[in-house]
Design a binder for this molecule. Structure first.
Ligand SMILES: [Zn+2]
Length: 175
């Protein structure tokens, strides 16, 4: 986790546009996308220790499995002996995002799943969202170019549920 004076300066969210079937990844305040990696992340001493509560544990577990298989950052639940780096929650928001990662400098980062969107979506949609948001917690950036349409870190709709070569390349570049 990178220390910084600012709190709540960055967030990513996967969203769906009103009236359309595709996703839009909104990036605010300094995160432009297509940078492959970001200077901030939720990793602390080689780990992401997470807490919080979500009903979407199947999707979270899938995301953990994908990224843990990369081997360089260990993602696991928080314990009494670890410092929590990331907190999950479900929200019911009328905003058009399905998942949102927030980086809070010097504090616990968050991933929120939007129940309103998730309730009506397929398993693969939800798995992509969970894997995508955890990718942000690992310091990976959004991609918007259609040439990246098959990857987890693509900012628009797809049913991809496994890491692609470019996701892996960005991870290995960051770590
Ligand atoms: Zn990239």
């Amino acid at each position: 986790m990178v220390n910084n004076l600012f709190k709540k300066i960055l967030y990513f969210s996967l969203a769906i546009a009103i009236g359309s079937s595709y996703w839009i990844s909104q990036v605010a305040l300094g995160a432009s996308g297509e940078g492959h990696t970001t200077w901030y992340d939720s990793v602390d001493s080689g780990e992401i220790r997470y807490g919080g509560t979500t009903k979407y544990t199947t999707e979270r577990s899938h995301a953990n499995s994908l990224w843990n298989a990369m081997g360089l950052v260990y993602i696991a639940p928080d314990t009494a002996f670890t410092i929590q780096d990331l907190t999950y929650s479900d929200v019911y928001s009328t905003e058009d995002f399905s998942g949102r990662y927030n980086y809070y400098a010097g504090s616990v980062d968050t991933i929120k799943f939007n129940d309103r969107i998730f309730q009506a979506r397929s398993s693969s949609y939800k798995k992509k969202t969970a894997a995508h948001e955890l990718g942000h917690a690992l310091g990976l950036d959004d991609h918007y170019s259609s040439s990246y349409s098959g990857i987890i870190m693509y900012g628009y709709s797809s049913g991809v549920t496994s890491l692609q070569s470019h996701d892996k390349a960005d991870y290995n570049s960051k770590w």
